[in-house]
Design a protein around this ligand. Sequence first.
Ligand code: FAD
Ligand code: FO1
Length: 463
Amino acid sequence: MNRRNIDIVRRARILSEGQRGKGPVVYWMSRDQRIFDNWALLWAQQEAIIHQKGLLVVFCLIPDYPGATSCHYSFMLKGLEELREKLNQFNIGFRILEQSPEIILPIFLRQIDAHLLVSDFDPLRIKRRWKKQLAANLTIPFHEVDTHNILPAWIISDKKEYGAYTLRPKIKRVLVDYLTDIPNLQHHPVDGDKDSIVVTQSCFTKNRTYQTTAMDNQIQAGESAAMLAATHFLNHKLKNYHDARNNPCIDGQSGLSPYLHFGQLSPQRLAWMVSRSELPADAKEAFLEELIVRRELADNFCYYEPAYDQFEGFPEWARKSLDQHRIDKREYVYSLADLEKGTTHESLWNACQHDLIQRGKLHGFLRMYWAKKILEWTPDPETALDYAITLNDRYSLDGRDPNGYTGIAWSIGGVHDRAWSERPVFGKIRYMNERGCRRKFDVDCYIKSVQCKNAPEPHNQSR
Ligand code: FAD
Ligand code: FO1
């Protein structure tokens, strides 16, 4: 086996065996919506070439994907349109099927007598349920490739890690071997399905319930835009990342999370570009810690903790402590509607909420403060978790991501953190407040910078 094959094979695993059909190899794309730097597509192409088959990419578009808004669909569909054009140039077919994969794929794959089904990896519940049902109903082999993590989630660890300090050494041991350049996709040598189907955006935007206004067009969607944004970050911002990233008044973060969430940018490509840049080691290390260790730790948590978005998923010390403080009097209690409208007594929190709604993004440091205040201002931790996830998934362009569920579980439930000194409501969960923020950055300047006007009319139902 040559190096290229080793690199592809070790990221793949068999979900179910079966009899290969006479038709094309199908890659059911979901989490990793890109043509380049996609190990799942490379694996599908390699199988297709070996067996002299056509290659087809299928995307199952779910009109009511949990909590998603028109902005999420708009961003995703723009990316898929670019993808279709590029796949065409590589002689690879593309189909959008407007139904849930576990229902439509068995029928579709039978119709085209598919040779093999390949999918990308995702630790979230919904995808795992789909895959389980698919594996039970398919007659052809079904493979999965982790092209989101640099170190495949099932290889780097076989258990839920306690924190970054337990995952980091495992990653460091093998990173040089896995953090490589990624081979090029080839012009596909075997003709297949030319009948690409594209669904227009209007079909999806018209039925969406939760509309946000300014979030649209804030950030250019698609693989090319993602690579431009990554290059811009590398050339102009990475050198100051380790100093600037924790200050919400400075544009110090990369802003790449929506591209990473929708898979329009490969984390491995980004990490490879950063690691090869000539910038000082401390700048590169700070960024790679977030991009690799923290991000892959989030996948580890969601993969090995079935209750990643529930109180039961918190560590035992945190549950016990939060339980002991259930009876504590809450000085302020807000409904989801109060929080969503950003009408609490604290102007910094309100600014965060307006910022989130308007930009589809909240600065990483403020995300922690924002979630912790929800714990302080709701009747119990379960409600806090529900509200934080509802608002994050609804308004963050990068929401519905393992990073989001883990970040919220860290803030509200002490996941990957340690016990701190005890205080009302929070128990031993790490506390944050506006005064602490003032010590870190110019809070008034941040509040002024958030234009509270033109905030869209929010909704008040939870998940
Ligand atoms: P940068 O600082 O430029 O980092 C680059 C990349 O590294 C990020 O895009 C992300 O993939 C990864 N990364 C950075 N910080 C973290 C982290 N703490 N955990 C895991 N990965 C990280 N991230 C999301 O992608 N989606 C979410 O919905 C989300 N919700 C969050 C909610 C809360 C309450 C908290 C505390 C954190 C949340 N995060 C989420 C993690 C983190 O805040 C964001 O990834 C980051 O702010 C995204 O901005 P950026 O791309 O400019 O980050
Ligand atoms: N994945 C799909 O396979 N089909 C969809 O229709 C779809 C919609 C969608 C909308 C918003 C959003 O944030 C994510 C969406 N995803 C969809 C999933 C996404 O690709 C990610 O895989 C997971 O959310 C994170 O792992």
